[in-house]
Design a protein. Structure first.
Length: 88
């Protein structure tokens, strides 16, 4: 079964071990095959490519809310966005 993470800043989803129902492999997201898309990232089993995780990317309001709540990663992301020159 594929797990969908709707809150990118939800603690633990990266570290949690996931089990592949297709082949039995177990491991964390950092061990999986990553495919990036505009609105989400997909993580698949490294042995059989079964999709295990879909992580929805946060929008600006979600990044700002997480940063305001003290999430360090969200704060870093806001700093990166602030450093990008704006088009006129």
């Amino acid at each position: 079964m594929t797990t969908t993470i709707t809150d990118y800043y939800q603690p633990g989803w990266r570290e949690h071990d996931h089990a592949c129902p297709a082949c039995g492999w177990q491991g964390g997201s950092w061990q999986m095959e990553l495919e990036l898309h505009d609105e989400q990232s997909e993580y698949a089993c490294p042995q059989c490519e079964f999709p295990l995780l879909v992580v929805l990317h946060p929008d600006l309001a979600q990044v700002q809310a997480a940063a305001a709540a003290g999430n360090a990663e969200a704060g870093e992301q806001l700093a990166i966005l602030a450093s990008v020159p704006r088009r006129r």
